[in-house]
Write a protein of this length. Structure first.
Length: 649
């Protein structure tokens, strides 16, 4: 979790506070929230209350833990662990300690004292070793009697007074209108008249009204509370944002209707909202009854803030262009999982035309979005549909369109900086290979994973990895020779770059951090890392402006020397050995055959016959189109879309 709660005492030096805040923010990437020195601070205070209310209502309303977790997870904007899954993750045995700690220090009139209950079944679970994921199980477990090699998930039938293993049963996936209503927001969930909706309302009514009663006791502002809950629990919205989604007046009226206390702050906001946007700037409602502007720290730039006061320069079905100030344009992916398609490529083309030679209104382009993930690559669902209906021209245009676009960006007369965070896979990784500079969030997970779905990189990924590894060889050669040429040795070897690229791409290697991406070769040594994601766009924009000064596009590479057929034979022999030892499946061998053909330079490949970037792109296109026609590739893509993991066929 990104959260760091800081308590500033009355005698704490401001200089010391600023030093800690800045270090943890910039160097460690933490989201710093100032709070009061009260029991549980912000997150533990509210989270323990929420979990206790959820357990109470599940027992009172006789709601199964599957129903409770189904409705209290994604439908209301909470991670899928929801309530009981979260308790299993934290540890069932930890819950009594958290409760005891709060009860020992909370004010006598605190609402948590009224809902806190010491259930007999919890202590019995702990005594029996059912402490959650770190024990034999918890509210969920894997059936110990299931046939070997199978995994059957079981859930606990709740009984307030008793626990024994006979209460476990096969877990089910509830199909409820309230769960489906989550697409329309939290109000649709809690107003749905089914067991999930009624349960969600009771739990969230108690939790949200409790949160509203604690400001300014636990923090000076509602904004601090919301930020802490989002940073510390991965909730999509904080409590006051949720109240705004319900409608503060509607929520207050509903509380009164059910005989519940209405917090003073809720009455004070009246028919207004806790947040508003005015003149393109965000404001929060203060305890003084006035609105206050949300001030970002120096070095923080959010696209979401820019959107409040601006319209996109251009928008397609899957992407948009934004003016982020100082002559820098930003392209944002907006499709599902930020997948790449022809609409994205059209938007890139539009950006290139609008920026021109970089001497007009715009001088640089940043590739950035604030989604959970930068991009999951090509739209596999669309590709599968095209493959199943033999729409080969459409697939051909997708591949060629991506190649044209990425090459146009690489050799544009202005700098292009990519700022990824989260997953940047397949085509999402290939865009990072073509830009001038990558300003990556520390938690960037990137890789060329196409072989997992029976394909090869088709948008220049093979080409760029060959170029990167050949350049690394040249640098190593120069270092070894002290900068002087060695007359009897070329500065790259016939096999080195090809072998390394085959190893990385053929095993679908994914970097687990931005730093590891540098070690693998997906990022250059000159690429940079930003620890705090809120600072990512600012840092990327700053770098783009630096590069724009006296910028000149890179020269096209026209001499790529690869070993050809002899190199392919060496790679194929290595794969055959892997298959013989059970480390590669039959279809792995098929895909590897196409990959080795590209990386060795194809039929024209020979150390004495230099190739161009266009030659390698043509090879990628040809081998990609061969693979999309194979049943094994169709099976892999179908399995990935259905199961979310590669098929080992």
């Amino acid at each position: 979790m990104r959260l760091l709660e800081i308590i500033q005492g009355p005698q704490t030096r401001q200089e010391a506070v600023d030093t800690i805040k800045d270090f943890c923010d910039v160097q460690l990437g933490k989201g710093v929230v100032f709070c009061k020195d009260t029991p549980g601070f912000i997150v533990n205070r509210l989270l323990v209350f929420w979990m206790q209310a959820a357990v109470n209502q599940a027992l009172e309303q006789n709601v199964s833990i599957e129903v409770a977790d189904a409705v209290m997870g994604k439908p209301i904007g909470v991670p899928k662990t929801a309530v009981f899954g979260l308790i299993d993750l934290v540890g069932v045995d930890l819950m009594p300690y958290l409760s005891k700690s709060l009860l020992a220090t909370l004010p006598k009139d605190d609402e948590y004292r009224n809902i806190s209950k010491d259930y007999g079944f919890v202590s019995q679970m702990i005594d029996a070793g059912y402490n959650g994921r770190k024990g034999k199980g918890g509210f969920y477990r894997l059936n110990p009697d299931a046939p070997k090699g199978t995994r059957e998930k079981q859930s606990l039938s709740l009984n307030a007074d008793r626990f024994d293993e006979s209460q476990y049963k096969a877990a089910t996936k509830p199909s409820l209108d309230s769960v489906k209503a989550g697409k329309a927001g939290i109000k649709a969930v809690v107003t749905t008249d089914d067991e999930g909706g009624r349960y969600a309302w009771k739990v969230m009514a108690q939790t949200l009204s409790y949160a509203a009663s604690l400001v300014p006791q636990i923090a000076d502002t509602i904004y601090a509370v919301d930020e802490a809950m989002k940073l510390g629990t991965n909730w999509k919205q904080g409590p006051f944002e949720m109240i705004d989604a319900l409608g503060p007046k509607w929520f207050a009226d509903k509380l009164r209707e059910e005989g519940m206390a209405v917090p003073e702050l809720l009455d004070k906001v009246g028919e207004g909202t806790f947040y508003k946007v005015e003149n393109g700037k965000p404001y929060y409602f203060g305890t003084d009854g006035a609105y206050h502007e949300i001030k970002r720290a120096e070095g923080v730039l959010l696209l979401s803030d820019i959107k409040m006061g601006a319209e996109p320069l251009y928008k397609s079905e899957s992407a948009a262009l934004w003016d982020v100030g100082d002559g820098v344009m930003c392209i944002e992916f907006t499709g599902k999982m930020n997948a790449m398609d022809n609409h994205v490529f059209d938007t890139y083309t539009k950006a290139i035309k609008m920026i021109g030679d970089g001497s007009g209104d715009y001088k640089a382009l940043v590739v950035y979005n604030e989604g959970t993930h930068f991009s999951a690559g090509a739209n596999l669902g669309l590709a599968l549909f095209a493959m199943n209906t033999a729409m080969w021209p459409q697939i051909e245009e997708l591949v060629l369109g991506g190649q044209r676009t990425y090459m146009a960006l690489k050799y544009a007369p202005f700098p292009v900086v990519a700022a990824p965070s989260g997953m940047a896979l397949g085509g999402g990784c290939e865009i990072l290979l073509h830009v001038d500079h990558v300003q990556a969030h520390a938690e960037t997970y990137t890789g060329l994973v196409e072989v997992g779905v029976g394909l090869v990189p088709g948008w220049g990924g093979c080409k760029e990895m060959i170029l990167r590894f050949q350049e690394k060889e040249r640098q190593a050669y120069a270092k070894a020779g002290g900068g002087k040429p060695i007359w009897f040795s070329p500065n790259t070897t016939p096999m080195g770059a090809m072998r390394k690229a085959f190893e990385v791409i053929g095993t679908a290697t994914v970097a687990k951090s931005a730093q590891e991406a540098k070690a693998i070769g997906y990022f250059k040594d000159s690429d940079a890392i930003t620890m705090n994601r809120d600072r990512l766009l600012f840092d990327a924009k700053k770098k783009a402006l630096e590069l724009a000064k006296d910028y000149s596009a890179p020269e096209k590479v026209t001499e790529i020397r690869l070993p050809g057929k002899s190199g392919k034979v060496a790679l194929d022999m290595a794969v055959a050995d892997f298959a013989k030892n059970g480390m590669a499946t039959p279809y792995d061998v098929v895909v590897s055959d196409h990959l080795s053909h590209i990386l060795s330079g194809g039929d024209k490949g020979d150390w004495t016959n230099p190739l161009t970037e266009d030659d390698l792109l043509k090879l990628e296109y040809i081998e990609f189109m061969k693979l999309v026609r194979k049943e094994g590739t169709v099976s892999r893509i179908e399995h990935m879309l259905e199961k979310g993991k590669p098929l080992r066929n």
